[in-house]
Design a protein around this ligand. Structure first.
Ligand code: ATP
Length: 369
């Protein structure tokens, strides 16, 4: 059982019908969501959708206009930020430039008035955890960006918060370092058992680190699920489109038992799909399929549930994969992706080539909205 599937598990964080208004503007719109202890929970969505506002309400920097937030069963309404078992790590890291790495990590512990031995032991532990022991004496300007990021993390974790909020924690790192650091972050989260809530613009990052991802739009959560569920079974065109690459074909539903035929273009065979969702005949329906689920071939495939002829518009070679843009007679352009596992396949498909694209009846999802 994952904690969110276990009816006996109590959530660490509860948003209950939370609305946040800034003047007339609704930043968070009647949002209800549980987050469980030890989760690595990612908030993902376009700029301005309310991610930071959710974090700031958890930290206590903003109060909900309506609704309640509970942490470990306690209503946070009257609890100031410094009385919450919550820490927030900012993108800028906000390290003290004149203090050493050691002193930066110790800062919050000293302010709490902990005794010297306890502070030393805790700082040493945090240095080990973040692999910074060698750099303890250096100042922030004497270490790399990735190391500074780890100092900020060590400092945020020193007081052993129940909940750590990470706002674009890796935003300042270059791509390669960012990817390595994602794994470190997961490792540290697992070792400490702290609940992490992360805000990121980067959908790949959210998919890599998170136990669950919440995809947001205009102050609402549209879908919350594991990365794999979000990718394989998006609940809407919005989510399908936000995460990864996708082809969307809209049409009218013709239900037939567990299958639905989607009528999408004059003179084209219906798209046959399998779905648990019930559709009414004639209802608007959106068929979503990932490019890697679309096969491309020069010869007509024999037993594909769905196949359409088209012409190759262009090809992007990306080393491990190639993406083909295939134009259909209807004007639709469908992306098909192939894995380049074999060196130089027998016959390369090229521009203007007439091709078949095909997929099975379970390769895509059928969506109501
Ligand atoms: P980004 O990814 O760009 O950081 P976000 O999803 O974190 O965006 P928020 O910072 O939560 O978005 O802001 C949500 C909306 O609320 C935005 O439209 C923003 O302009 C508005 N907003 C946030 N804080 C205030 C404020 N103090 N006063 C007025 N409007 C605000």
């Amino acid at each position: 059982f994952a904690p969110w599937e276990d009816p006996n598990e109590k959530p660490l964080i509860q948003f209950k019908n939370v609305t946040k208004r800034f003047g007339d503007f609704v930043a968070i719109d009647n949002l209800t969501q549980d987050i469980f202890a030890k989760e690595f929970f990612a908030l993902l969505g376009p700029s301005g959708c309310g991610k930071t506002t959710m974090m700031r309400m958890l930290a206590g920097f903003e109060a909900p206009t309506q609704g309640q937030i509970f942490i470990a069963g306690q209503d946070m309404a009257k609890i100031p930020p410094n009385k919450r078992a919550v820490n927030m790590m900012f993108q800028s890291y906000a390290l003290f430039p004149h203090l050493s790495v050691w002193e930066n990590i110790a800062f919050g512990l000293k302010r709490e008035g902990k005794d010297k031995d306890a502070i030393t032991a805790r700082v040493e532990e945090m240095l080990r955890l973040t692999r910074l022991s060698k750099f303890a004496k250096r100042k922030p300007h004497q270490i790399s960006g990735g190391q500074r990021q780890r100092v900020a993390l060590a400092r945020s974790l020193a007081k052993a918060p129940k909940l750590l909020l990470l706002d674009e924690p890796l935003g300042a790192l270059d791509k390669k370092l960012r990817q390595d650091t994602q794994f470190e972050l997961m490792d540290i989260q697992e070792k400490t058992g702290t609940t992490f809530v992360i805000v990121t613009h980067d959908q790949e990052e959210a998919m890599t680190v998170a136990s669950r991802v919440a995809v947001m739009d205009e102050g609402q959560i549209i879908q919350v699920a594991t990365p794999a569920q979000i990718y394989e079974a998006p609940n809407s065109v919005y989510v399908a489109d936000f995460i990864g690459d996708v082809n969307i074909i809209s049409g009218r539903a013709k239900p037939n038992g567990e299958k639905v035929a989607t009528q999408w273009a004059e003179g084209q065979p219906d798209i046959i799909g399998t779905t648990a969702t019930k559709f009414d005949a004639g209802q608007e329906i959106h068929f979503a399929i990932r490019p890697e689920k679309v096969a491309i071939s020069t010869e007509e495939p024999q037993d594909a549930a769905n196949k359409v002829q088209g012409k190759v518009l262009d090809i992007a070679y990306l080393g491990n994969i190639s993406t083909y843009h295939v134009e259909l007679p209807t004007g639709h352009v469908i992306k098909a992706q192939t894995a380049n596992t074999r060196r130089l396949s027998r016959r390369q498909i090229t521009w203007e080539d007439p091709v078949w694209i095909s997929w099975t009846d379970t390769a895509g999802v059928l969506l109501e909205r």
